[in-house]
Structure formats: C-alpha cells, structure tokens
Design a protein around this ligand. Structure first.
Ligand SMILES: [Zn+2]
Length: 248
C-alpha cells in the first residue's frame, strides 16, 4: 500500500500550492493498521498537504487533518473538533471494490489514490463551508463534490483522480443489490448520480479533450449537452466563494 500514499501526495501537491490547516496525530488501535499508520506519518503526507493549503488559503481558525481508524470505511468532518478525518478502512474498501476494474496493481494503486484524494478534498470542502461561513444553496454534499472536482481539475493529472473517484461511486452502486429506501432520503446524491455528475464535470471542463467519455458511453448525450455550461458555473461560483479567502 506504500505506493498509493506517495501518489496521493503527488496529486495533492499538484492540485494546490501551501495556515489554518494543522496535522493531528494518527488515531490507530488495531495492530493491522499500525504499519500503514507508521508509513503515513513518516511520509509527511498530511504535513505537505497542510502546507500547500495554507499557502493558498487564509483561514483564521485552526482546521485539523488526520488519518484514523474509524471502524467503518468513511471520511468525515467534525465541526465541533474542526477536524477532517480520513479512515484507513476507506482505503481497504477501495482496494476490495475497485480491483475488478483495473488490470494491474499499479493501475489500482493510482485509482485508489485518485478516489481517496477526491474524498479528502470533499471533506475539506465541508470544513471550508463551516469555518468560512460560505453560502451554499442546494445540498452541501453536491456542492463539496463540485469543489473537490474543481480543485482537482485545476491540477496536473487531477482529471484522472476525478474519474477514478467516479468509478468508486459506480463500484459502490454495483456492490448493492438495490437502492435502499433510506438512500432516497439521504443528504448525499445516489452513488450513480455522483458518478454521472463527476464524469460530466470532467467532460465539461474540456469537451474536446474528453470526447472519448461520450464515445465510450460514460456519459449520455442528453446530459453531456449541458456539461460545459455546468462546469463553467461551478468554476465561476467557487472562484467567487473563495475569492476573499485566497492569498494574494
Ligand atoms: Zn460529505
């Protein structure tokens, strides 16, 4: 698993250049995660990400970033602790559920890193909405999916990270037999919807460059028609929302 840690760091470094964000100690109880926790601590991964974020954004409050053993494959923002936690179990989940879609271990490592970095920026999005008191209409879950995609699409190889993350949502939808009634009431869009949204934003960021997404049937033509204007709106909106908080 060492390689995905390095890839995750590279993608983040590519997406953003360097206060407010601080690294909190990794939380781990089980023996099985100790080695991974040690690798992550030694890699300086979160420290590098915090430095990059602090270089771009001016934030008065402290926002913690940590890896944790959570007991479930998840990632979350705790508004009371002002802390983003990403779970070791989520990495495992990705390896288990995305393996069939990739031919080699290297491709799978890349895809896990991509999916993970997307979720990381999604949670940082919740943190920014909270501490910067950003106005959001519609569902915040959709808005921070947009933010994560927007950050990544601005960085080197970030497009592939968004597509890998899209695939992770597709894999999640495939692993369930049917949609549970509660999912319709959930604050998140359905996994299939998140898949199509993310593919749409990648395509919309550069329709000529990503025409193959249409040819390979990743995106129905009816949705594709509006993706360029949809992504342009995301770009305008998040640029304005963060403008007062970006360092000159
Ligand atoms: Zn969320």
């Amino acid at each position: 698993m060492t390689r995905w840690v390095l890839l995750f760091g590279l993608i983040c470094a590519g997406a953003l250049d360097a206060k407010g964000f601080v690294v909190r100690p990794t939380e781990v109880q089980s023996r099985e995660y100790r080695e991974l926790a040690r690798e992550i601590d030694q890699s300086g991964l979160l420290r590098d990400i915090a430095t990059e974020l602090n270089g771009v954004l001016r934030i008065d409050q402290t926002l913690g970033l940590r890896f944790a053993e959570c007991g479930e494959p998840n990632a979350y923002y705790d508004a009371d602790a002002r802390e983003v936690s990403v779970c070791f179990e989520l990495v495992e989940w990705y390896y288990e559920h995305m393996a069939d879609a990739y031919d080699t271990d290297e491709e799978l490592d890349d895809a896990v890193a991509g999916a993970f970095v997307f979720v990381f920026f999604h949670e940082i999005g919740h943190a920014l909405v909270d501490v910067l008191d950003l106005p959001i209409t519609g569902r915040e879950e959709d808005a921070v999916d947009q933010l994560s995609a927007w950050i990544l699409l601005d960085g080197a190889e970030g497009d592939q990270a968004v597509l890998d993350a899209a695939l992770s949502f597709y894999a999640a939808s495939e692993s369930a037999d049917m949609v549970d009634e509660g999912e319709y009431a959930d604050e998140h869009s359905l996994d299939q919807q998140r898949f199509y949204n993310m593919v749409c934003w990648v395509y919309g960021s550069d329709p000529d460059g990503y025409e193959h997404l249409l040819e390979d049937d990743y995106l129905p033509a009816a949705r594709a028609e509006r993706c360029e204007s949809e992504y342009a709106q995301i770009d305008r909106s998040w640029t304005r929302l963060l403008k007062a908080h970006v360092r000159p």
